[in-house]
Design a protein around this ligand. Structure first.
Ligand SMILES: N[C@@H](CCC(=O)N[C@@H](CS)C(=O)NCC(=O)O)C(=O)O
Length: 227
C-alpha cells in the first residue's frame, strides 16, 4: 500500500475535466514531494446513475457553458482540447467501459503504460475528435503507446476479471459519495479522508497537504522573470 499522504484520482476517459485534472496532477507529481498518487479508472456512467446525477452535457444550458469553460480552462493550462462535434451522439450510443478495461489490463503490466494510454484516449476524443469505443480504436491507441501484443491485450480486457475490477473501483467511488469526475480522495498523514470534485480544486489540495500551488507554465515563467 502506498504511503501517506496519498491522492486517489478516480477518472474516466470520457470526462474532459478528468483529462485536465490528469495533466495538472502529472505536472504536480514532480513538485509534491512525499505524496503518493494512485490513478484509479472507474466508470462515470455508473457513478452518475448511482448518485442520481445526470451528465452535464445532457442539460442544454450546462452543455453550452461546459464546452466554453473547457476550452478556456484548457487554454489556461496549455492543454490541447477541442470538443468533438459528435460528442452528444457518441455518448448516447457508446460507453467507455471497453477503454477503461484496456487501461486496467495495462495497469497490471506497467502503471506508466496505463497513464500513457489514458492520455492517448483523451487526445483522441478531446483533441482530435476520434472515437475511443471500439476494438479498432483500442488497436490504434495500444499501437501508439508502443504495445506489441495488441490483440492479446484487447482479448484479455474482455475477461470477467477486468469488468469486476472496474465495478470494484466504481463502487469505491460510490462509497466515497462520488457524483462526477474527476473524483479525488486525499488521505492525509493522520489517516483522515478528504474528498474533492473536479480538476479545479488542486489549490485546495495543495493547501491541505502544504505543498506548492499548481500554476501553468506561463504564470511560473512570469513569476520567475519578476524575481
Ligand atoms: N468544475 C469542475 C467540473 C467537473 C465536471 O463537470 N465534470 C463532469 C464530467 S467531465 C461531471 O462529472 N459533472 C457532474 C456534475 O457537474 O454534476 C472542473 O473544473 O473540473
Amino acid at each position: 500500500m502506498p504511503k501517506l499522504p496519498r491522492i486517489d484520482y478516480y477518472f474516466d476517459v470520457i470526462s474532459p475535466y478528468s483529462y485536465i485534472g490528469f495533466e495538472i496532477l502529472q505536472k504536480m507529481e514532480h513538485q509534491w514531494k512525499g505524496v503518493s498518487i494512485r490513478y484509479i479508472p472507474f466508470f462515470l456512467g455508473a457513478i452518475m446513475k448511482e448518485s442520481g446525477n445526470r451528465p452535464p452535457a445532457m442539460l442544454p444550458a450546462r452543455s453550452v457553458m461546459m464546452m466554453t469553460d473547457l476550452q478556456r480552462t484548457a487554454k489556461f493550462w496549455d492543454i490541447p482540447l477541442t470538443p468533438p462535434p459528435q460528442f452528444m451522439d457518441w455518448i448516447k450510443k457508446y460507453r467507455t467501459t471497453g477503454a477503461m478495461k484496456i487501461l486496467l489490463v495495462l495497469e497490471e503490466q506497467d502503471k506508466e503504460l496505463m497513464l500513457r494510454a489514458a492520455r492517448e484516449f483523451w487526445l483522441r476524443l478531446w483533441s482530435r475528435s476520434e472515437k475511443i469505443f471500439e476494438d479498432s480504436d483500442f488497436e490504434i491507441v495500444l499501437k501508439a503507446v508502443g504495445v506489441k501484443n495488441v490483440q492479446e491485450v484487447i482479448e484479455k480486457s474482455k475477461e470477467e476479471k477486468y469488468a469486476k475490477i472496474l465495478t470494484e473501483n466504481t463502487n469505491k467511488g460510490v462509497d466515497l459519495s462520488a457524483y462526477g469526475a474527476p473524483w479525488i480522495n486525499v488521505l492525509t498523514a493522520d489517516g483522515e479522508e478528504h474528498s474533492f470534485f473536479g480538476s479545479d480544486r488542486f489549490h485546495l489540495i495543495a493547501d491541505l497537504l502544504q505543498q506548492p500551488q499548481p500554476l501553468p507554465d506561463k504564470l511560473l515563467f512570469n513569476q520567475k522573470s519578476k524575481l
